[in-house]
Every structure is written in C-alpha cells, then in structure tokens.
Design a protein around this ligand. Structure first.
Ligand code: ADP
Ligand code: MG
Length: 393
C-alpha cells in the first residue's frame, strides 16, 4: 500500500456526518458513547453534522465555503453516506483539489463494507465484533491514520449523469438481493443470506452485452467457459439507446481516459461478450460485506477494477454453494466463475431471459453503484487511479 506524504494538521477539526437513520439506528449513540471519548483522549476536535435526509451530506459538502478548514471528513453511517461524500466533493467547482480531502469511515450502518476493507487491508481484527466495538476500533484507528491514495471509479449513467464510486457495481443476482433484502436490515449480515436463498430459488437470468478493456496483465484473457464468445469492436448491430439523453455540461468528463461517448461504439482494443448472466459484479475494494471477500487481489490503489461474472447454466445448488462460501475468496477458483482485471467497461442490459431464446426487454434488472440504486440502462465506467484519499493506517 502506497502512502501519500501525510501532512494531516491535527489542529484542524474533522467534519463528522452522523446518519441517525442508518442501519439499526445506532450511529448517534456510537458517536457520543464510543467516538467522543476516543477523540477527546487524542485531542481531536470535530464539527458535528446530523444528516436530516438523503443527500443532506452531499449538499452540505457542496455548500462549505472553505474545505481547507477541515482535516478530513468522517462518516458514521453505512456505505451510502460515503458515496454521498465523494460525490459531494466532486460536484464542487474546486473538485480537483476537493476530492483530495481525506475521508474516513466509522461503521454505523447495516452494510459497512468500507470499514471492513480498511480492517482487512490494514490487517486489523474486525470480525466477530459488535458494531459498537468495531466502531470504537475504527475511531481509534482514525486517530493514527494517514491519508492513503484510493482508486475511485467514474460512471456514466444512462441519463448521462456522472457518478463516482469507491466500492462496487452490482447487476443481476447481487443487485437483486441487495435491493430486495433492504427490508430485512434489522437482521444485519443475515439479510444477504436470506435474500440470496430466495433469489436462488427463483433464479433470474439477464441478457446483456458487456464490453471491457482488460489490463495489460489480462491482455490475453480467455474465459474459463468455452461457450463464452469474445468479439472485438462493433460489427454487432448498434443498440438504439434512448434519445432522452440530457446533455450535462459535465467537466468531470475531461478526466476520462478510456470511455467513448455512451452512444458510440467501443474502441478496437476492448472485448465484447453478449450472453445470459446470472451474476455480475465489479469490485475495486476486496470486500463487499464482512463475510464476502469478493476481490481478494484488490487494494486501495491497485489501479484496476475486478470484473466477476457467472453466465447461465450454473445449477441452483452450485450457486448456493458458491454464495454461501465467500469468506475466503475461493469462489473465484470455480470453473463457473469468470474473473478478469479491467480498466473500463460498458454494460448494456438487454432484458430478462424468460425462456428458450426469449427475452423480455422491459426488465433490464436492477443496477447498484456502492449499494445505491442507479437508473437501469446502458452504463459505462472507468478506473480513476488514486483519485481520492482514505484515512487508513
Ligand atoms: P445503511 O447501511 O443503513 O444503508 P447508509 O449510510 O448506506 O446506511 O445510508 C442509507 C441511505 O440513507 C443513503 O442513501 C443516505 O443517503 C440516506 N440518508 C442519509 N441521512 C439520512 C437521514 N437522516 N434520513 C434518511 N435517510 C438518510
Ligand atoms: Mg482498488
């Protein structure tokens, strides 16, 4: 792990966002009972903000006149609020410098993947802790943390909005489970197991066209399954994307190194596969939840996205076995799981497979960026190496 030359001014306060509604509603107590005593001991001051509604933190960050007054931004919530903080920073006129503001996570939500990843990558013990103890340990780690460069990923959504991400892109079964199991939040980690069982029983298969740019390491990438046909460039018929694109004069596009316009064909060095998918996941950090090591080779700043997919043909019992044994990342060794490191990808959802060669194109499935839903449609993304700074040690 590379460290940036840390010049964290201890005298400046942290800007702390607490989401009182996250997870089981414990964030407020965690702040007062677990975080405050540790920060007092460490002489860390803070400016406390309770979020009042979705996008409150995002708008707050956009409205701060001088970000430089803060040593960093801390979030006591789940991953959704981290996502807001990153996008708030990038929606500021001074986004180029603002995104370098260090951010840190103290777990307070139902899914706290970022804190799990920090624990995993810094070799801290975080498993089998109560949320309160995990939060206290994270707060203690923040007192000695150094800003560490972290890769972000820039997405262009079907409505041409640009959104940045720090964790994951989900489609097909993982996205369905993530969204459908939100109502079981109070179950904590069990929510995913239950949701997965339900979705495996009534398995959905989605048709899609995936295009991606492999990394140099994977330049000769061959899928494990011989039935997956890789092609290059678009001799394929062009997809008629909707003409409802909103032209957002978005300066963030100037950052793009690989992505063409969303309605233009992908370049010649990209690979294309049109197939039926059961699972589709892109990770840029190792863990998607505390018991799912989805991309063991991912670090904060390895500079790659990790694309994982399973095509149709897997049986329910095979899928159940894979998705209930995810703690050590061994699932990637299965012949049924495709894995490739990439720099950029585009996914065009083509519909739900309803029978032999039949596709209902009214259901493109659910798409999630960092566990937050985005509109379903053609979507593309590329890695932004070391774009942000995370407080980790
Ligand atoms: P959880 O782990 O419980 O999902 P998150 O931090 O991911 O916690 O937050 C979930 C969602 O709640 C996010 O979309 C966030 O924007 C939203 N949110 C933030 N503050 C509030 C609030 N005060 N009331 C309701 N929703 C909020
Ligand atoms: Mg990474």
């Amino acid at each position: 792990i590379k460290k940036s030359s840390g010049c964290c001014n201890k005298l400046k306060p942290y800007l702390v966002f607490v989401n009182p509604k996250s997870g089981a509603g414990k964030a407020k107590n965690i702040y007062f009972e677990r975080v405050c005593p540790i920060f007092a001991e460490a002489n860390i001051s803070d400016t406390l903000v309770f979020t009042q509604n979705p996008n409150f933190a995002r708008e707050y960050i956009k409205s701060v006149k001088c970000l430089d007054e803060f040593a960093g931004i801390l979030v006591i919530s789940g991953d959704g609020l981290i996502h807001e903080v990153i996008n708030g920073l990038l929606e500021r006129p001074d986004w180029k410098t603002a995104i370098k503001m260090p951010f840190g996570h103290i777990p307070g939500g139902s899914a706290n993947a970022l804190s799990c990843c920090v624990g995993h990558l810094t070799k801290e013990v975080f498993k089998n802790l109560s949320l309160e103890s995990f939060a206290a340990q994270s707060a203690f780690n923040i007192t000695k943390a150094i800003p560490t460069p972290i890769d972000l990923v820039a997405f262009e959504l079907c409505d041409k909005k640009i959104v940045h991400s720090f964790l994951s892109f989900e489609w097909a079964i993982i996205a369905d489970v993530d969204l459908e199991s939100e109502k079981y939040r109070y179950l904590g980690g069990l929510r995913f197991t239950l949701g997965a069982l339900k979705r495996i029983m009534s398995l959905r298969i989605y048709r899609g066209r995936l295009s991606f740019l492999p990394t140099d390491e994977y330049i000769n990438y061959k899928p494990k399954s011989p039935s997956i046909k890789l092609t290059r460039n678009n001799n394929l018929e062009e997809i008629n994307h909707s003409n409802i694109f909103i032209e957002t004069n978005n300066e963030l596009r100037t950052n793009f190194k690989y992505l063409p316009e969303l309605d233009k064909p992908v370049p010649n060095d990209w690979l294309i596969v049109e197939d039926n998918f059961v699972l589709f996941l892109v990770m840029y950090l190792p863990l998607i939840s505390n018991d799912f090591l989805a991309a063991p080779e991912a670090t904060f700043n390895d500079g790659n996205m990790h694309l994982i997919f399973i095509k149709e043909g897997i049986t329910k019992s095979q899928l159940l076995k894979l998705l209930t044994d995810t703690e050590n990342g061994n699932y990637l060794n299965s012949d049924l799981v495709e894995y490739v490191k990439i720099k950029a990808f585009r996914l065009e959802p083509l519909g739900l497979v309803t029978g032999q060669n039949q596709v209902s194109n009214t259901n493109g499935g659910i798409m999630m960026v960092d566990g937050e839903r985005v509109p379903t449609g053609p979507i593309q993304a590329e890695i932004m190496p070391s774009m942000g700074n995370i407080l980790a040690n």
